[in-house]
Design a protein around this ligand. Sequence first.
Ligand SMILES: [Zn+2]
Length: 436
Amino acid sequence: MDASLRDEAVGLMRDLVRVDTSNPPGRETPAAHVVKAYLEANGVACELVARDPDRANLIARLPGTGDGPSLAFLGHTDVVPADAQDWTHPPFDAHLDDAGYVWGRGTCDMKNELATRCVALAQLARTGFRPKGDLLLISQADEEDGTDEVGMPWLLAERPDLRCDYAIDEGGGARLELADGRVVYTLQVGEKATLPATITALGEAGHASIPTLGRNAVPLLAELIGRLAAHRTERRLVPAIRGMVEALGVDPDQGLDRVAAEVGALHPAFATEIDALLGITIAPTLLTGSSARNVLPGRASVGVDCRILPGDTEADLERELALALGDGIPYEVVLDQGITGGTESPLSTPLHDAIRTAVEAHEPGAVLVPQLSTGFTDAAFVRQAFGTVAYGFWPLTVTPLDVYEAGIHNRDERIHVDDLGVAVAMHIRIAETLLA
Ligand SMILES: [Zn+2]
């Protein structure tokens, strides 16, 4: 690790953390200006592109010679809000403690990643690296909320010149020591899709003073929710998870209960997630009953967070819901909006090889393991818009994973400075391997 590049990235990250880009409302433009000033001082041309002047996106480009693939480094500038009273150090001060941790909102998600990608790009520019294809940096607004459509989906529709062969975004890269002593780094290759539903129990309204009048929909809904919670959805291996299972050395062609048990035994992070990665998940969350305490409602509903696998359809979810809800209680199901996400990039690609080369150089013998996210990142929009091979990868080698994960979207978010040093070095190597 080059300590001066590490310190450069730490300085840039701290400057970015001090710009409060809590979304809503976002107001990312001052953060885009921080990135622009840094990159331009290092000879990289930048452009701000904004639908809303307070919410600028940034595009930087190291032009290629035109005879090879292009690569984009991605990094959103917005963060989720932080309530300062819950924090050990104020969330927008970017406090650096004696143990080498920088505290603040965005130090894990993802001003850390953005800063290291900027420094990697700047260093490549300073050293005269001439890529075969363009090396882009896209720093977008409005990833965390997305309702204003000023960030990635808008930008990609507006700027077809951002088409790129490969992209690296947030979401993977954790270094895990397995129970059997092996070391793996995760590589996020796709994500599950969201497909929210509302389920309404259908009864008959009546006066609540005589509960046997009518047919109160609330206890009917309670029974339906119980059935949803007890239901086990069908399991299958999508390509990304088959790749994960194989990379971990577990036989994918045995029963999936065994697969889940063996994968889960290798690391607590896998144990937590593996069930959700093998099928549709159905989580009842939002309740609506009567609008008046003295009225038995004829309808009572639950909003359900449903997540489906890449390749699943609305019909697949409807079939699972019908199996879960069973017979005997009248109900209706409405899918509130269409499928969002569910994109997946192939596993065997030159970008995969370049990342594996960088991991191998940093830690010989470590294995790169593909994974799917149960959440969502802007990488999905890049896959959808251009068919780009997009992976989530930012090496997390020093900050303990539990500290890192506990801070994301929560209080006391913090990162060790050495993680930034390793990340800069790996991004430089990845670009050099893929684009030289
Ligand atoms: Zn993020």
